[in-house]
Design a protein around this ligand. Sequence first.
Ligand code: 2PG
Ligand code: MG
Length: 424
Amino acid sequence: MTATSDGRYRIRSAEILPIYDSRARQTLQVTVCTVDASAAGVAPAGASRGHHEARELRDPDGGLMSACARFRQEIAPSLIGMDCRNQAGIDAALISLDGTDDRSHLGGNTLIATSMATTALAAASNRMPLWQYLAENQGATEMRMPLPQIQILGGGAHAGGRLPLQDFMVVPLGAEDWPTALRWVAEIYHAAGSLMSERGMLQGVADEGGWWPNLQSCEAALDLLVLAIEATGRKLQDEVTISLDIAANQFYRKGCYHVDGEALAPHAWVEKLLQWTRRYPIRMVEDPCAEDDPENYAAFYEGFHQQGLIVGDDLVVSNGARIRRAVKDRQINAALIKPNQVGTVTEAHEALLSCPVPIVSARSGETEDTAIVDLAVGWQAPLIKVGSIARGERTAKWNRGLRVHQAHPMPLMRFPHPGSLSQH
Ligand code: 2PG
Ligand code: MG
């Protein structure tokens, strides 16, 4: 890596620290400094992962000794002297230092913590909030806040498999601004909790803060969600709609989808899911089928794309080329953008630009770090997903949005019209 002449932006030190995430697992924080500014980046961690995600570097006992050692020996010496504004150059250097396709030598966790830290340092050394620095870099004008999709019930890998589907979320698409959107969702969250507690179905909260449901079926969960929205007086579809992360990889085994006690052939599963989308006010469905079942992913697309968004997560793992292919093959018209799935900020941004409807997303294992909100605002993503509206690592992010909104009031993004995306 080459040093630049502008000393004010030159990286002078780079340090790494293992810290803890919301599942009591170690994760990495990287701190970088210039002569008069410093900033940190933190790696999140997923529980339901796509096979093609950047690999985490972890010791056999779950620790991060080898990741820290490689950071100190290989990454830090290369970063020193670089211009922190040169994100593309820093990320290209990280990718080349790693030298593997799956990022397994340095680890996607080490890379994303480093890449996020230098992005944040560039903003800090320009004395700007991260979102504003990113927005100015891409020339954004007439800015809006991303529309939140917020988990009410957790399931799948985030709640011991109690329900097969992973996220039962709501999108307050009729709210005019971020504070109103959060208020509506908090009311729905409380209504769902009261309904469940009255029926003896409440078992605490799941990994992302949504209620951990003791419900017998996905339909019971959808019924409850509708009741909770109605209990708050919000209009279904016009003001609040339902979004599901099916995370179907998790219950696809031996060619069948295992749902609510049944082993369904793929076509029967797609039909069942389409029936739910007709019966309930659902406008977004993420990973409806497994990543090794692209034909049925496409079959679901054909049945649903006029009505809503088919969101690729495990299927496309925030990879620009995979997103473009899945859009062309009529499997998705939207995708999650999770920077740690791909390893660097530059690649995550490239993935976002390649997607008709990008949804910037946190992971199920998180810390109090809030940079993901700044990425979503600065990149002007239409939607954002960071879990529920409870648990500190989640509220840190929603509250970050409240503070951004207080300093710079912006209207909310409008929900994309699915019909206008179907030509993609
Ligand atoms: C997902 C995320 C967030 P994880 O699947 O979309 O809900 O979960 O971070 O476990 O992959
Ligand atoms: Mg997902």
